[in-house]
Write a protein that binds this ligand. Structure first.
Ligand code: PMP
Length: 403
């Protein structure tokens, strides 16, 4: 007997990503990979974490005990201060600690989406957000930040599909996958549209701290608080993460939002995993408190040099007709290939003949389009390897264009 017949309807939509499966096979030493998009482990503050963990465990036994679903109080206080510095006057009651910001996306899907409800997402968007919302049988519509479509079109589409627009989701700073940042005007327009639709606005700030140049744009949540006077009146739900700044493995992220949203998320967590790991939260608190301010410039310096190397190499080695973004931060550059060149076909050839890998862009589009796009990450390889990898990529493209 197969148990599959008994799976819930939502399980039908959960599929292994073709790309993730493919990338698993690429873990070979002679391949230069721009696929990952993970922080450089050489930049983890390992000594500080070793000391913080040891302190926490050798203090009272609380570090090994169950703790509150809202999160470790000193960490919530620290984050309230951090959000206040970003322009969002928050207090600890506005902060909820999650097991990575991925969990926040799952919980927000659970909180807002009934089957057939619409989640507005950019085309392309973060793959993990599509996965999280998809599990709640969401319908996706394209959040169009520059074109003619707006609130009325989104609402009409959602109603025709038998649901409602529940939220817009975007990563506004150095997005995964494009590396692009939404400017102040775009952020204000989005707040206005969400006001018109009376829906939530989920701001994914995973890369917020990783700005290398250009002028910082305030978080959408900060712009909204400035308009409405009080966080309790705001529809923006900010999801933050320590994964890109301190450590992804400890799985510590946070949500900053009005209290009524936080209280519901706490109930979801009680039914989900009770609370995020106590020891990890204590360690992240100590390390953040002691060295966050000093640590960020180190990350910025290293990643900025890698970004610069990648942009220079692209300018040197890309064939005519290839276009790419010029990110002011984050970990990604997004390439649009000449028409007719398919990202998946290019990957197959690039790996086989030139030993270089990346992520084909189609996976980041909710409607499966974007086949002529690819994502490159510059966060892991040093500059000389980036140079060599981009030269290989250019050669692979020339082969494919010449076919
Ligand atoms: N949002 C974005 C845009 C991401 O790129 C990632 C990680 N790749 C996450 C959220 C999730 O990160 P974490 O759960 O580690 O905080």
């Amino acid at each position: 007997m197969s148990l599959k017949e008994n799976f819930a309807r939502r399980a039908e939509r959960m599929r292994a990503s073709e790309i993730r499966e493919l990338l698993k096979l690429l873990d070979q030493p002679d391949i230069i990979s721009f696929a990952g998009g993970i922080p450089d482990p050489a930049l983890f503050p390992t000594d500080a974490f070793a000391a913080a963990m040891s302190n926490a465990v050798s203090g009272d036994a609380g570090a090994l005990q169950y703790s509150s679903s809202e999160g470790y109080a000193p960490l919530r206080e620290w984050l309230a201060q951090h959000m206040t510095e970003l322009g969002v006057p928050a207090d600890a009651d506005n902060i909820f600690i999650t097991s990575g910001s991925q969990q926040a996306l799952d919980y927000l899907g659970k909180l807002y989406l009934s089957a057939q409800d619409t989640a507005l997402v950019t085309w392309p968007t973060y793959l993990g957000a599509l996965g999280a919302f998809n599990a709640y049988e969401a319908r996706f519509d394209q959040l169009n930040l520059t074109g003619n479509r707006g609130a009325d079109d989104y609402v009409a589409g959602a109603e025709a599909a038998g649901g409602a627009v529940k939220f817009a989701y975007l990563s506004a700073d150095f997005s995964n996958p494009t590396g692009e940042t939404v400017d102040r005007e775009g952020r204000l327009k989005l707040i206005e549209e969400c006001d018109q639709m009376d829906c939530a606005l989920i701001e994914d700030g995973a890369y917020q701290a990783l700005r290398y140049d250009g002028e910082a744009v305030p978080p959408i949540q900060a712009l909204e608080v400035a308009q409405k006077g009080n966080l309790e009146e705001c529809r923006t739900i900010y999801c933050g993460s320590f994964s890109k700044t301190l450590s992804p493995g400890l799985r510590v992220g946070w949500v900053c939002a009005r209290r009524d949203v936080i209280q519901k998320l706490v109930l979801i967590k009680q039914a989900g995993d009770l609370h995020s790991a106590t020891l990890n939260q204590m360690a992240v608190y100590q390390v953040a408190e002691n060295l966050f301010e000093r640590h960020i410039p180190k990350l910025q310096k290293t990643y900025a040099a890698r970004r610069d190397a990648m942009l220079a190499a692209l300018a040197r080695d890309m064939p005519a007709g290839v276009e790419w973004t010029r990110p002011e931060g984050g970990m990604f550059v997004w390439l649009t290939l000449p028409k007719g060149l398919d990202g998946k076909d290019l990957l197959a050839h690039a790996v086989e003949a030139h030993r270089v890998a990346f992520v084909p862009g189609g996976a980041f589009f909710a409607d499966g389009s974007g086949s002529n796009t690819i994502r490159l990450s510059f966060s892991l390889p040093p500059e000389d390897v980036i140079n060599e990898g981009v030269a290989r990529l250019g050669a692979a493209m020339r082969d494919c264009i010449g076919r």
